[in-house]
Design a protein around this ligand. Structure first.
Ligand SMILES: [Zn+2]
Length: 346
């Protein structure tokens, strides 16, 4: 199976497609073939997504659960339960064969979050060395894209590039001092990678991928090279790439906390609500403190007031710790404060 991974650096979008063999509309395929030459790959590029979406979905999987699902009901059950794309999951064995390396890719991302120094092309090579993943890295392919095809959500890919071999006449000879000849060969070789319809402002990178692991590694390499961060969502805990603002805390998936909103929508509202509640609790707490302090000052002979004031001070400290750690909610704290407000003695 041939697969294609495309990254558009101008729009910040990625897409994964399958080869011409998977294309069902024969007549459409033939009409394209007539107009062009050689072998082409045809892609459905309707499913464009923000760069990193595919990789983040893969590394957010519950890996133990993937194995359980595969053993129980094969790939069908896995797709229906996880909602992952089926394009690169052809067989159960292929997924099981790649799952260890995919898990380690997730680990690499986690380690990079701890040591950002490691999130660079050089250290990614170190990761590939460690997991023996070089052979799975997707290779770049030359391509030609016509504007009208892009509008139709289709892309035609040119033939694979063949680099000059040692026996080739155009092989660069480092034992000669023929700078001009060598540089001409270098130029010719590199220009093979430049698409026919090259637009410096709208660079589209096309890679050929052979399996799920290749797709994931290629996407990871792109994110690293383009300096895109990978973060963990503060609501659902899944990985995501903050594309517009690097201080974004939440992802754009449907939120598990509220299926009518995304994590980002839910999260920003929750932040606002939490802050509001925190303000309300702080204000209430201050008022009760002054009221109880005043009561003690004005009635130094009533021991019950003094005891209550001391009790409130120590308990309030505990509540603040509980709320901060999430052990108790702000609503519970406010209801306790209201209870304290109503009581003059214990
Ligand atoms: Zn999320």
């Amino acid at each position: 199976m041939r697969g294609i991974y495309i990254y558009n650096s101008f729009t910040g979008e990625e897409l994964f497609g399958t080869s011409i063999n998977g294309f069902e509309d024969e007549s459409r395929l033939n009409s394209i073939k007539d107009k062009t030459h050689d072998v082409y790959t045809f892609l459905d590029i309707k499913k464009r997504e923000p760069v990193g979406s595919f990789l983040c979905d893969i590394i957010s999987m519950d890996f133990n659960n993937v194995i359980v699902l595969l053993e129980q009901g094969g790939t069908k059950l896995l797709f229906s339960k996880t909602g992952l794309s089926t394009r690169f999951f052809r067989s159960k064995d292929m997924i099981l064969g790649d799952i260890n390396t995919l898990y380690l890719l997730k680990e690499y991302i986690d380690i990079c979050a701890e040591y950002p120094l490691l999130y660079s092309s050089d250290y990614f090579e170190g990761f590939l060395d460690a997991v023996n993943g070089y052979d799975s890295l997707p290779e770049v392919v030359s391509y030609s894209v016509r504007k009208d095809e892009l509008e139709q959500n289709e892309i035609i890919i040119g033939e694979d590039i063949t680099l000059p071999s040692e026996t080739d006449r155009s092989y660069i000879d480092l034992d000669t001092y023929d700078f001009r000849k060598n540089s001409a060969i270098l130029r010719e070789t590199l220009l093979e990678y430049v698409p026919h319809s090259y637009d410096p402002d709208n660079t589209v990178f096309v890679y050929e991928v052979s399996d799920l692991l290749g797709a994931a590694l290629g996407a990871a390499r792109t994110l690293i090279e383009e300096h895109f961060q990978i973060k963990k969502c503060g609501i659902c805990g899944k990985y995501f790439v903050p594309l517009n603002r690097s201080d974004t805390l939440y992802c754009d998936r449907i939120s598990p906390a509220d299926p009518t909103r995304t994590c980002k929508e839910y999260g920003s509202q929750k932040l606002w609500y939490d802050r509001l509640k925190a303000d309300e609790a702080a204000k209430l707490s201050r008022n009760i403190y002054s009221a109880k302090q005043m009561l003690v000052k004005r009635n130094p002979d009533i021991l019950g007031y003094k005891k209550m004031f001391e009790y409130f001070k120590t308990e309030r400290k505990k509540w603040e710790v509980w709320v901060k750690s999430g052990k108790k909610s702000k609503e519970e704290y406010i209801s306790w404060l209201n209870e304290m407000k109503a009581k003059k003695t214990l």
